[in-house]
Design a protein around this ligand. Structure first.
Ligand SMILES: *Cc1c(COP(=O)(O)O)cnc(C)c1O
Length: 386
């Protein structure tokens, strides 16, 4: 008899041989600029908590108060027993932040992408997707059953060529893109994408996961940064990065949101967000809007870091966001640099294939880093890489 599960160990061995095996790291403290790992303090350059809100007392208090008022779980899907006034408050706050007609919150950003893409396109439709899009966009495209064409990263000529050749063979067409690419830190050319969408009668869904709270005058994201507020775009994002909570959102026209409440399976057939997560996200949006100085501090830190890095002439990938990547030649070098940084008390892990095509150290800057943190990172990087 052959054991039908034997292939799992063989596959794991292959993953190990390729240097692709990964395991979790336990963070033993509240999230923040400094975290505890294995009883030691580390400078944290690995978090997506760009504004430092995940450990903020006001979010924690809001979560506790909501838990006391409404319990720990929402006990059912939003359409049955899972809906609370808090959910509606959060959706209205997101719509106001984004200046759109309405919004809907999902249990995660990943589920927001899966459910939305699969609801709005199907077998007879075409999806054009940036080759470096997040896994949730790529898998949402697969789940939808639409024909998928990947265009070269941010390459508008390639997008135009594919639209010219293919658009007429399909009913609806959807263009998918991250606005800030999560493993690189660069921005998509949003105005050009929207112009092509107009020209070829396409819908556009943008993933603002790393842009919300970071980009734009009011922190609304890249759509605001590019002056595209008010254009017809389906915007999604997460509550789990700058907003320090858990959950995802989609925002756009009232018709779109009402349609998703009726057709997005990953919203209909899953339990509503917990009261604690919902209340924490509401508190975060309020802080985002009333404390622009947090965003300003973040951008000062990003500028300071780039200034130091230029002095040391280290090679960074192009970045216009709080995600800054140090390009490295191979997996072994990336792992070695990641470990040396760790030995120097800095937490900034190596990101390697298959997540990205080339190995790198991915650094994320936060508003709660101070000048010394940034200086320590720069000098350690310089020492470790030379
Ligand atoms: C993190 C992320 C998501 C998923 O959001 P979650 O709320 O963590 O599920 C989606 N898209 C991008 C680009 C992301 O970085």
């Amino acid at each position: 008899m052959i054991n039908p599960y034997d292939w799992i160990e063989q596959s794991l061995a292959t993953i190990h041989r390729a240097g692709w095996h990964r395991a979790v790291t336990t963070i033993e403290s509240r999230p923040g600029a400094i975290v505890q790992i294995e009883g030691k303090s580390f400078l944290n350059f690995a978090s997506n908590d760009y504004l430092g809100l995940a450990g903020d007392d006001r979010l924690i208090e809001a979560a506790i108060a909501a838990t006391q008022a409404y319990g720990t779980g929402s006990t059912g899907s939003r359409l049955i027993t899972g809906h609370r006034e808090l959910h509606r408050q959060l959706e209205c706050a997101i719509a106001r932040l984004k200046q759109t007609e309405d919004a809907i919150v999902f249990s995660s950003g990943y589920l927001a992408n899966l459910g939305t893409i699969a609801a709005i396109v199907g077998k007879r439709d075409l999806i054009l997707s940036d080759q470096f899009n997040h896994s949730s966009l790529r898998n949402g495209a697969i789940v939808s059953g639409a024909t998928i064409l990947n265009y070269a990263h941010c390459d508008m000529q390639d997008l135009r060529t594919k639209l010219t050749q293919q658009r007429s063979h399909f009913q609806r067409c959807l263009i998918l893109t991250d606005t800030i690419f999560s493993m690189d830190g660069n921005l998509c050319p949003l105005p050009q994408i929207l112009d092509l969408a107009d020209e070829f009668n396409c819908m556009v869904l943008v993933d603002e996961a790393h842009a919300t709270g970071v980009m734009g005058r009011t922190g609304a994201g890249c759509v605001e940064h590019f002056g595209c507020t008010g254009r017809s775009i389906i915007q999604m994002g997460t509550l789990s990065k700058s907003l320090g909570s858990l959950g995802g959102y989609v925002t756009g026209s009232s018709a779109l949101i009402d349609f998703l409440r009726n057709r997005a399976a990953s919203w209909i057939y899953t339990t509503g967000l917990s009261p604690a997560d919902t209340a924490a996200a509401i508190a975060a949006i309020e802080i985002l809007q009333h404390e622009p100085q947090r965003r300003e501090k973040l951008w000062q830190n990003i500028a300071l870091f780039k200034q130091h890095i230029n002095q040391h002439s280290l090679e960074l990938l192009p970045s216009e966001s709080a995600i800054v990547c140090l390009q490295l030649s191979d997996v072994e070098t990336a792992l070695r640099v990641g470990q040396s940084l760790r030995d120097a008390g800095i937490f900034a892990p190596a990101i390697r294939p298959p997540t990205v095509p080339t190995s790198r150290i991915r650094l994320t800057i936060m508003a709660t880093h101070d000048r010394q943190h940034i200086e320590q990172l720069s000098s350690s990087l310089n020492r470790v890489v030379q």
